[in-house]
Write a protein that binds this ligand. Structure first.
Ligand SMILES: [Zn+2]
Length: 297
């Protein structure tokens, strides 16, 4: 299936409160040239909710388009697409803001990983989002570092992609990756660094995922990073329901709007959108080691 893949969104549980029924974000996305999404966990509850939602949607999609699409009142004319090809994946992990729970929940997280990998082969593709966020320094840095180090180890042990959240903490983040050892595949999600952070991350073999921030008028440094980022390392994401891209700033974000991010990257790289869709889509499949399943291929 051709189109964009939203490499990072939250549509589960309370994050998905804007949707009436679980399939809505998929219908909405498909109407806007989106071929798949990765639903990302931020703590134990949202990781479980993401796994439940994505497994439920994966069961539903093969029924499409015969029944529900025809009944869905928000179905657009573009919904002749075979939704059974829509790619749906998820991750599980503990966000740095929730790192205080790491000590007591790491065992539960690992159990959840093992169960999901067994019960739904190929569906759970990453650990995270995890990392370091010193903007608020809450919880304290040592707790954030312990949670991040633990999740680096899990990514390596289970051959999962590490989805990294980094904010005002680059030096410690790079040091931890260095001392723990870089997992086989890492993604710098919602990249907001400059040229130095970009080249360091690329030296670690990271994929660089750009969000709606690349469309913000005051984000010249992020656009500069996108311009020099190698094509085979670029991913696009929404981080829904946060960070709506221009021209929809201030509204609740949705996977469909990853197209605005992709369009901006296409413009910066002076490439046509279809080519950029193909490049970022195959990058995303590679970044998450998603086997060729006919989904969003
Ligand atoms: Zn996120």
């Amino acid at each position: 299936m051709r189109g964009w893949i939203d490499s990072h969104c939250h549509i589960q549980g309370d994050y998905g409160s804007q949707w009436n029924i679980p399939i809505d974000p998929v219908i909405d996305a498909t109407g806007n040239n989106v071929a798949g999404l990765v639903c990302v966990g931020t703590d134990l509850d949202t990781s479980r909710e993401g796994i439940d939602l994505i497994s439920q949607l994966r069961n539903l999609l093969p029924e499409y388009p015969p029944k529900i699409i025809r009944e869905a009142d928000n179905a657009s004319s573009q919904l002749t697409t075979d939704l059974s090809k829509f790619g749906l994946w998820c991750t599980a992990g503990i966000h740095p803001h929730d790192a205080a729970i790491w000590k007591d929940s790491q065992g539960e997280l690992e159990k959840l990983l093992v169960a999901t990998l067994n019960d739904y082969p190929g569906m759970l593709v990453g650990i995270g989002e995890c990392g370091l966020d010193y903007h608020y320094d809450d919880p304290p840095r040592d707790q954030q570092m312990a949670a991040f180090a633990g999740q680096i180890r899990l990514a390596k042990e289970y051959d999962l992609t590490l989805v990294i959240h980094a904010r005002e903490a680059w030096e410690d983040l790079f040091t931890l990756l260095d001392t723990e050892g870089v997992p086989q595949r890492i993604i710098m999600h919602c990249f907001t660094g400059g040229p130095y952070e970009l080249s360091t991350a690329l030296n670690f073999g990271a994929y660089i995922s750009f969000s709606g921030i690349v469309t913000f008028s005051n984000a010249e440094n992020v656009r500069e990073a996108a311009m020099v980022c190698p094509l085979d390392s670029i991913l696009v994401e929404t981080d829904s329901p946060f960070l709506s891209p221009a021209p929809n700033r201030g509204k609740q974000n949705r996977p469909a709007w990853v197209s605005f991010v992709g369009d901006e990257i296409s413009t910066l790289k002076e490439m046509d959108k279809t080519t950029m869709q193909d490049i970022t889509r195959s990058n995303t499949l590679r970044a998450f080691k998603i086997a060729d399943s006919g989904k969003a291929e």
